[in-house]
Design a protein around this ligand. Structure first.
Ligand code: APR
Length: 231
């Protein structure tokens, strides 16, 4: 029987593509705490600053590529059922050919109406005040800001509950509700945690900590899983 594999990825997944993580850059952008810029309050106080923050990240995203960790998942999906829950707003999973990707915190290459959240558009240019949706409302990044609800969390819980194997890659497990997913897994689910500086958390499940980078450890783990469950 092929095990159902669920992958929870964080910023560490994209670090080797050249996108800095949140806590490695000690959570600062131009001396602003990221929690302050990525927030409804910042949007109300200084929308131009928030738009510039995302314009810079969107431009950078268009200049980087997926890394070996992203491509390892594409390989794994050719042999075993794999679903991905990512905290990342980049599209590197998709660009590497990963399928079944659920973005918990939104997507950097999408924007939406500030009035009707169902009006979502693909967007790869800079976004400015005055850029409007079809409902004439100002467009905003399609990102879940600190303090906002995480609309996809119920889907993520549903998916996590199916896990036979749960692979955590490159997340400090500090931001909820994403970090809470590890506590609602089936007790039989086996957890692998790939991170050079793994956070500590206690769950009853069997946990395999792999203190290494995603680009090195994930291809190796993928080969082990294929060896074990496919050949
Ligand atoms: N490979 C694997 N893991 C790495 C690598 C790498 N090359 N480089 C760094 N890491 C690890 C770090 O050790 C850290 O544990 O990636 C993790 C990154 O943690 P954070 O910067 O906290 O990012 P993340 O956990 O994804 O943050 C969660 O917080 O800022 C919000 O919404 C934002 O989605 C983000 C959420």
């Amino acid at each position: 029987m092929k095990p159902k594999i669920i992958i929870l990825s964080g910023a560490g997944m994209s670090q080797e593509s050249g996108i800095s993580t949140f806590r490695d850059a000690n959570g600062l952008w131009q001396n602003h705490k990221i929690e302050e810029v990525a927030s409804p309050n910042a949007w109300n106080q200084n929308p131009a600053l928030v738009l510039e923050f995302y314009n810079q990240r969107r431009r950078q995203l268009l200049s980087v590529k997926p890394n070996a960790a992203h491509y390892a998942i594409t390989k794994l999906q050719q042999y075993l059922p794999v679903k991905i829950i990512t905290q990342n707003v980049d599209d590197l999973h998709e660009r590497a050919g990963n399928k079944n990707v659920l973005h918990l915190h939104g997507e950097l290459l999408k924007v939406r109406s500030t009035k009707n959240p169902n009006l979502v558009y693909k967007w790869t240019k800079d976004l400015y005040l005055g850029d409007k949706a079809e409902d004439e409302a100002q467009l905003r990044p399609h990102i879940v800001w600190f303090g906002e609800a995480v609309p996809e969390i119920n889907n993520a819980i549903e998916i996590s509950r199916q896990a036979d194997i749960f692979i955590i890659v490159g997340t400090s497990m500090q931001v909820y509700p994403a970090a809470g997913l590890v506590s609602i897994l089936p007790l039989t689910a086996k957890i692998y945690y790939i991170d050079p500086h793994p956070a500590k958390f206690s769950v009853p499940n069997e946990i395999h900590i792999i203190k290494n980078s995603a680009g090195r450890a994930l291809p190796e783990l993928v080969n082990q899983l294929i060896e074990k469950y496919v050949t």
